[in-house]
Every structure is written in C-alpha cells, then in structure tokens.
Design a protein around this ligand. Structure first.
Ligand SMILES: Nc1ncnc2c1ncn2[C@@H]1O[C@H](COP(=O)(O)OP(=O)(O)O)[C@@H](O)[C@H]1O
Ligand SMILES: [Mg+2]
Length: 278
C-alpha cells in the first residue's frame, strides 16, 4: 500500500485546504475573470488591462484589477496610485479603491519601494498570487482583470490553476516577431483549457497628425490573420497613439478614456462591447 495515501494530513495540507476554500469563496463572488496575456513584453498588456478596467467600471460594472507581474508591476504607475491596500478594518484586507467601481491590487502596494528588485523563486510566486485571491476581500465583482507578465511562466500558470474559469485576452502587435510568440500563448491556453476571449492587435498603424494618412509602422492586420488561422476570436486593432504613452507615463489614462472623438476610444468601445458579450 502506498504510505503517502494513508498518512494523516500535515499542518501544511490543512492550511492549503483552508486556503483553497477561501479562494473558492472569493472567486464565487466574481462573475468573469479575464487574464491579459502576451508572448512578448512591451506590447501594451498593462495599458490594455488598465484601459479596459477603467472603461468597464465607467460603464457601471464592478471591476477588480489585479497586477500579477511580480517582477515589473506597472499598474500603480499607469494609474498614479500612491496608496496601499485598505487595512482599516481589523482582520480584513481590501484592495485599493481607485473609484466606487474599480479596485486595484498590485505587489507594489505591498512592497512600498518602487525601485526594489525582488528575487522570486517559482514557489514564492505561486504563493503570492494565491494570497492575492485568498486573503484579499475583493467583494462582489462583475470583472476581475488580471495583468500578467509576458510569456507562459509561473504567473499565468498559477492564475490558470487557481482560477479554473479564467479567460484569456491575448495582446499582440502586428509584426511577425510578436505573432510568433503569441501562438505559444494561444497553445498554452488550449493546453490548460482556458477559454480565449479573443486577440487584440495593439500598436496597429499610426494616423499621421499632419496629413491624417495611416502609416503602418509595425505592419497591420497580422493579428487578425493569425487569430483566424488559430481559430480564436479577433476583437480589434488599437492604433499607435502618442497620447497613450504620455498619459500612461503621467498616470492619467483615466483622463484619456474620457476624451471624445479619439480613434483609440472608438476602437476600445467596440472591443469592450465584444468582451462584455463574451
Ligand atoms: N496603442 C498604443 N499607442 C502608443 N503607445 C502604446 C499603446 N499601447 C501601449 N503603449 C505604450 O507602450 C509601452 C509599453 O506598454 P505596457 O502596457 O507597459 O506593455 P506590457 O505590459 O505589455 O509590457 C508603454 O509606454 C505604453 O504607454
Ligand atoms: Mg506590463
């Protein structure tokens, strides 16, 4: 007989089971969980995760934004968040409240110093991400948007294993070098049985501010073709816009979402509608 099967549960086993239960309870109060992924860094994942969270929350949805990019958390900078988690009530940890409808959690809120490099081993990452879900009282949410680091490493895998009904929103830029890696992200989702909400092509073309003509700096349309080839939904093309960089750097993406008539906002509106329809 296998001894391991008959041994009494260790304190570690019990703790894990208790945490599993807390995770299940907390996730039960969240309707949709969407992880933003990409093959490469710098394609706009954190920007898209932030923008979507802002737009959904402005449309009246209750949204949580969770930053699991443990090596390079960028959500607090993009949203100009200086504060930390809300621990006013004894025994309860609540996310940072950005607005009535939008709450945010990032590792940076726990660590404090923005410029510290944290050295993470795999098991520590897994445990940090699990605690972000088990120990934080997210409340009732329509959407939990999870911003992840590029690739298919510990962080997205932990999210996939901890949140059984997580969906993936995959961001790519139009050029082949980004598309090649995104195919891996799609195959990762298929392997772990994660539903793919769709692919977004970011930095897709640039409207010349002088003549208005569209210039395809990184090419255009590659994401759409790839999505069709891999049989996943294509949600839209977000153009390059220098205001996105400027407002992102200033932590003012919320102001940008409110500017009427901007091409990026029109495109985002369509993408949000497609995501909401699911
Ligand atoms: N549509 C866009 N137009 C112009 N710049 C963008 C756009 N999307 C993202 N960026 C910029 O690209 C850089 C990388 O974006 P970020 O969201 O940090 O990428 P990732 O999270 O994938 O590493 C940032 O400076 C951001 O402002
Ligand atoms: Mg990022």
């Amino acid at each position: 007989m296998n001894e391991a099967n008959t041994a009494a549960p260790t304190p570690g086993d019990l703790e894990r089971a208790e945490q599993d239960k807390m995770i299940e309870d907390n996730l039960g109060r969240i309707r949709r969980k969407i992880m933003v992924m990409s093959g490469k860094g710098g394609v706009g994942k954190s920007t898209v995760a932030t923008y979507l969270s802002l737009l959904l929350s402005r449309n009246g949805k209750k949204v949580g934004l969770l930053d699991v990019d443990l090596h390079g958390p960028s959500i607090p900078r993009l949203m100009n968040i200086q504060g930390g988690l809300d621990m006013h009530e004894e025994g309860v940890v609540r996310p940072y409240s950005f607005s009535d409808n939008l709450s945010v959690v990032s590792l940076e809120m726990v660590l404090g110093d923005k410029d510290t490099a944290v050295i993470w081993r795999g098991p520590l990452k897994i445990s940090a991400i699990r605690q972000f879900i088990s120990d934080i009282d997210w409340g009732d949410l329509d959407y939990l948007i999870v911003d992840s680091p590029p690739g298919t490493g510990d962080e997205p895998l932990t999210v996939a294993q901890t949140i059984p009904d997580a969906e993936a929103l995959i961001i790519t830029t139009p050029q082949e070098i980004s598309l090649a890696d995104v195919r891996k992200s799609i195959n990762f989702c298929k392997q772990v049985n994660m539903k793919i909400t769709g692919v977004v092509e970011n930095m897709s073309g640039f409207g010349c501010p002088h003549c208005g003509k569209k210039i395809s700096i990184f090419g255009s349309g590659g994401g759409k073709v790839m999505a069709r080839q891999m049989d996943v939904p294509f949600l839209g093309q977000i153009p390059l816009d220098s205001q996105m960089v400027e407002m992102g750097d200033k932590g003012k993406l919320d102001v940008l979402t409110e500017k009427a008539g901007l091409e990026i906002n029109k495109v985002y509106e369509k993408i949000v509608n497609r995501i909401v329809k699911g």
